[in-house]
Ligand binder design. Structure first.
Ligand code: ADE
Length: 241
């Protein structure tokens, strides 16, 4: 079974509408809806905004649904010139830009206990996600996605995150889903359509484009799940039972 997590309803409801035989159960206040997307068993959840809800949701999907892969879909702010509103960022890896024990001598972003800053996404999922996006004629960039419990809307902070982590997009859940997947050895990928400039215009951009770009992300995620079921060698991850 494949798990798909979005922070907001608009990032998941389109996928829910495509689900055959949906069954919903609520755990810790989050609705988990399982069913089939095409031939593939999936479980979908709207986790809520931020790292704690996202981690709680990812761990629940792993323990309760034994997901063999996790996809985080949704929207993000751009952190680089190459990505504009409506384009899609796919994670090569994730970082948590608000993790900071630098005053103790660590590199900024280092996750204590793991001693890593960048947590790698699954290379096969990254390749399939990129192919799914490009097949729809949408611009796609693969790179570091930066996560923190902040809505990014400041030019200085944006530049700092880009310079410090070489990040291409910023959002509020992917890094914690990546951390949960890393410690549980579950493959993951983050796929995010760009809704705003993560800069002074971010609040207006977000309000204007969140619905439309979230739908792009839903469409790309459906294409990715289909790509996973078609792919030789992905049998164990996207198996039909
Ligand atoms: N998700 C979408 N846009 C974002 C931004 N600017 N900062 C954090 N998360 C986001």
């Amino acid at each position: 079974m494949i798990g798909v997590i979005g922070a907001m309803k608009v990032e998941i409801e389109g996928l829910k509408a495509m689900l055959a035989d949906p069954v919903t159960e609520t755990i810790s206040g989050i609705d988990f809806t399982s069913g089939r997307l095409g031939k593939v068993p999936v479980v979908l959840a709207v986790c809520g905004v931020g790292k704690v809800f996202a981690a709680l949701c990812a761990q629940t999907m792993i323990l309760r649904y034994q997901v063999s892969a996790l996809i985080n879909t949704g929207v993000a702010g751009t952190l680089c010139r190459e990505l504009g509103i409506g384009d899609v960022a796919v994670s090569s890896d994730v970082v948590q830009h608000d993790m900071d024990t630098a005053t103790l001598g660590d590199n900024v972003g280092m996750i204590s206990g793991l001693n890593l800053v960048h947590l790698p996404a699954d290379p096969a999922l990254v390749r399939l996600a990129e192919a799914a996006v490009r097949s729809k004629g949408i611009r796609c960039l693969v790179g570091t996605i930066a996560t923190g419990d902040q809505f990014l809307c400041d030019a200085g902070r944006k530049q700092w995150i880009h310079n410090t982590f070489h990040a291409i997009a910023g959002e509020m859940e992917g890094g914690s889903i990546g951390q949960v997947c890393y410690v549980n050895r579950v493959p993951f990928v983050i796929l995010r359509a760009i809704s705003d400039d993560a800069d002074g215009h971010a609040p207006e951009n977000f309000a204007a484009f969140v619905e439309q770009t979230a739908r792009t992300s839903v469409e790309m995620t459906a294409a990715l799940v289909k790509g996973m079921s078609d792919e030789q060698g992905m049998g164990e991850i996207a198996s039909e039972d």
